[in-house]
Each structure stands twice: as structure tokens, then as C-alpha cells.
Design a protein around this ligand. Structure first.
Ligand code: DON
Length: 316
């Protein structure tokens, strides 16, 4: 009821002699477009082909810095003071000064004062063993952030929204990895198919390994890799966890391999390709298997956090 339309002056900047007019806050659009162009102005971009690595690199670095400033400063000007200097060429010069033409700047380096959340918003796996040897492998998932956004009254926890774990297009199975087979299609009262794989390995009835991971369908592959590394190849848990993981989920018919772009894996990738596999680099690292190994000989417990995501062993 209290809403009022506001008429605002456009923001303005210049690029190669042109005047650029853009949308002012509370849109970040005009300010960011102008800041990015101002940063690029000093690099005489046209000396490089448009699709050359150098031109792309510079555009990326300009955008990285612009978006960092967006996070730092921009909001509704009725509530926050947006520095007018953002639109100035002096600011852009300052922002451009630490662009390394040969290396990407890690984004976090640009804003050490902006504290990044210590915990991901994704599925988490933790493993626990108590003094009496009671073991728990717990993979906790809400699917999307805040799950279904429904909190159980009086209990204080959120319900998940795992509906996308059903085969939601009946009959539609495709090479992209959509599965439409009947076993997991939606039906009243039916529970959706998860890939969660919290796992406890026993030796003679006593736990030796507690593990699991997030990662949707790749969870299964992650846990298989970890079990093969420890139980078959007898790698210490740290090495077993760090080793590059692979995933094959039937469809798409590709092998996602964390190590695909590493020179050390070149021969392996070539050999797998010759065997008829379609090997692709994994765009993200696969999973986060936080595990415990228990040495049955002496009872020593080794907790290993997966360095792919945040995590910590309470005792290593
Ligand atoms: O239950 C499952 O298989 C998925 N809903 C788990 C989600 C997940 O692991 C997301 N993690 N990164």
C-alpha cells in the first residue's frame, strides 16, 4: 500500500568516446556495466581477437571485480549509500591495477573483508564413532536450500523437497540422463529414489570404516571409489579420499573423471578413450566423503575430512 514509483536519473559513464547511460540503483545494472567497461578501457581490447584467450581473460577479470563491488556496495539507495565513485574512471583504474594478464585472480582474494559462509548449503555427510564403538554414517539432505521451507512445528527442523529425485517425466528416458522408467515414477504415498549411501564397513562384526558423501547420483560412485581405494587397494584413508574420483551413471554415457585434465592422467584417459569410453573432466570436484577408519589391530581411529568441500575431522 505504501509503494510509490520513483523516477531516477540514469547513471552515466563513457567508453571509447561514447556516453553510456544505464539503469541506476536499485538496479546494479548500469553501475556494473559502466564499471566493467571503465576497467576494460585501459587494456585496448581490440588489439586481441574477440575470442582470443587474452580478450576473454580481461573481460572475465573486469566482470569479477565489478561483481565483487556489486556485492560490497550495491543496494537500494534509499537504504544504503552507494558510492558515486564506483562510476568514476579513477575507481576503475584502481580496480584494473591488480589484473594479472597471465593469471586469473582468485575471487576470494578480492574481498578478504567479506566473510564467506563456513558451511555449504548442500547435502552433508558426517561419520561418527563413540568410545564404545557405536558408529553412525549420516548423510543429511534437504535437496534445495531450506528444503520444502516447512519447519516441523515444535521440532525445529526443515522438511526436505526431494520430489526431483522421482523420475518426473514418465516414459521419458534420454541420453542426457533423464530417467523415466516406471520403478521410480511419482505415485501417491511412494517415496522417491535417493542415491544417499551412508555406509558402515564391518570386519568380523566390528566397524572399520564409516563413510558417505553428498553429490546426488555421483554419491554412489564416490562411495564405491572410496571403498575400492581402502578395501581393495588398502590405501590409507587420507590418500583414498584425495585420489581423483570418477563417475559413470549409465546415462549420459560418459565417464566424469576428476583427474581428466591432469597431465598424470593423460595416458589413462587416452587408454580409456581407446576402450570406447567417453571421458570428460568433471566440472566440479566430486562429493565430500568425511570418513573414519578404525584399525582393528589397535583400535586407532583416523578421521579424514574431504578437502573438496569444507569439513573437519574432530580428531585426525
Ligand atoms: O537423495 C539424493 O540422492 C539426493 N537428493 C541428494 C542430494 C545431494 O546429494 C546434493 N548434494 N550435493
Amino acid at each position: 500500500a505504501g509503494y510509490q514509483a520513483k523516477e531516477r536519473e540514469p547513471v552515466s559513464g563513457s567508453y571509447r568516446g561514447y556516453q553510456i547511460l544505464g539503469a541506476p540503483p536499485p538496479s546494479s545494472g548500469g553501475t556494473c556495466v559502466i564499471e566493467a567497461l571503465h576497467i576494460l578501457q585501459g587494456f585496448n581490447l581490440r588489439q586481441y581477437d574477440r575470442n582470443s584467450p587474452r580478450a576473454c581473460h580481461l573481460i572475465i577479470e573486469a566482470l569479477r571485480r565489478t561483481f565483487c563491488d556489486r556485492a560490497r556496495w550495491l543496494g537500494d539507495p534509499d537504504f544504503v549509500e552507494v558510492p558515486a565513485t564506483l562510476l568514476g574512471e579513477a575507481h576503475a583504474l584502481q580496480r584494473a591495477a591488480d589484473i594479472d594478464v597471465k593469471h586469473a585472480t582468485p575471487s576470494e582474494q578480492l574481498a578478504p573483508e567479506i566473510k564467506l559462509a563456513g558451511e555449504g548449503d548442500s547435502t552433508t555427510h558426517f561419520s561418527v564413532i563413540d568410545a564404545a564403538g557405536m558408529a553412525v554414517a549420516n548423510t543429511y539432505t534437504l535437496e534445495h536450500s531450506y528444503g520444502s521451507r516447512v519447519v516441523v512445528r515444535g521440532a525445529g527442523f526443515l522438511l526436505n523437497n526431494e520430489m526431483t529425485d522421482f523420475n518426473w517425466k514418465p516414459g521419458h528416458t534420454d541420453r542426457g540422463g533423464h530417467i523415466g522408467t516406471p520403478a521410480n515414477t511419482i505415485a501417491p504415498g511412494k517415496r522417491m529414489l535417493s542415491s544417499q549411501s551412508p555406509t558402515i564397513v564391518l570386519d568380523d562384526g566390528r566397524p572399520v570404516l564409516i563413510t558417505g558423501s553428498p553429490g546426488g547420483r555421483t554419491i554412489i560412485s564416490t562411495v564405491v571409489c572410496l571403498l575400492v581405494n581402502t578395501l581393495e587397494y588398502e590405501l590409507p584413508l587420507r590418500e583414498a579420499t584425495d585420489a581423483p574420483r570418477l563417475h559413470h551413471g549409465w546415462l549420459p554415457d560418459v565417464v566424469l573423471f576428476e583427474g581428466a585434465t591432469e597431465p598424470a592422467s593423460a595416458e589413462l584417459v587416452k587408454a580409456l578413450t581407446e576402450l570406447g569410453h567417453h571421458v570428460q573432466a568433471k566440472p566440479h570436484r566430486q562429493g565430500s566423503a568425511n570418513s573414519i577408519w578404525i584399525d582393528v589391530a589397535n583400535g586407532k581411529r583416523t578421521g579424514v575430512a574431504d578437502c573438496r568441500r569444507e569439513g573437519k575431522a574432530a580428531r585426525e
